[in-house]
Write a protein that binds this ligand. Structure first.
Ligand SMILES: Nc1ncnc2c1ncn2[C@H]1C[C@H](O)[C@@H](COP(=O)(O)OP(=O)(O)O)O1
Ligand SMILES: [Mg+2]
Length: 208
């Protein structure tokens, strides 16, 4: 929905214009690298809205809808769900929050270069990409530990391996793609959580 002028005569931007003009930060890193952990801290300090594509999808699964059932089968195999599905869910969530957010953290998306291109076509361009970087063995260790309590059906050894393989194959090219635009900040996520956040905060403070 959108209109270009309101009854009072003020210019009112359409939903599409509003989300296009919002500050958009992509948060990219392997499974278990610490994206969610850092995003939570950014929300608390900066008033951004955190949108985890995985969380949005899991909420759809939990709703028990037909779409959720299809999604669950895909996610359980450690595969990527269809691009349009994720993108529509992110866009709806952004529109719902755009009036009360300082910006958006898009966590776990884009998972592949094509997803980034589609995002920019349908929504807008990111001003920063936070590359949350941890070693493969660290990510596996953290996910196995998280799996003890997360209840996530994909936090098991077999699926973790597949998710990591897919990350290296599909998502690392995303980082190269945005590096050429000069918006990538690589964050060492082997450090303790608060130190990692120090670097994240510096990158965000550097935005104008
Ligand atoms: N810098 C850090 N040091 C130690 N543990 C960390 C960490 N960052 C995150 N963790 C823990 C918290 C979780 O149990 C697990 C995965 O973190 P997460 O934020 O859920 O990752 P992601 O959202 O990237 O999958 O690792
Ligand atoms: Mg996460």
């Amino acid at each position: 929905m959108g209109c270009s002028a309101s009854c009072s005569g003020r210019i009112v931007h359409s939903d599409d214009d509003k989300i296009k003009d919002a500050k958009i930060i992509f948060v990219v890193g392997g499974p278990g690298s610490g994206k969610g952990t850092q995003c939570e801290k950014v929300v608390a300090k900066y008033g951004y809205t955190h949108l985890s594509s995985g969380d949005l999808l899991r909420a759809e699964v939990a709703s028990g809808s037909e779409r959720g059932k299809t999604l669950q089968a895909i996610m359980q195999k450690g595969e990527l769900v269809p691009l349009d599905t994720v993108l529509d869910m992110i866009k709806d969530a952004m529109i719902a929050k755009v009036d009360v957010s300082k910006g958006f953290l898009i966590d776990g998306y884009p998972r592949e270069v094509k997803q980034g291109e589609e995002f920019e076509k349908k929504i807008g361009a990111p001003c920063l990409l936070l590359y949350i970087d941890a070693k493969g063995e660290t990510m596996v260790k953290r996910l196995m530990k998280r799996g003890e309590t997360s209840g996530r059906s994909d936090d098991n050894e077999e699926t973790i391996k597949k998710r990591l393989d897919l990350y290296y194959k599909a998502t690392e090219p995303v980082i190269a793609f945005y590096s050429s635009r000069g918006i990538v900040r690589k964050i060492d996520s082997e450090l303790p959580v608060d130190e990692v956040f120090g670097h994240v905060a510096k990158a965000i403070d550097g935005l104008k």
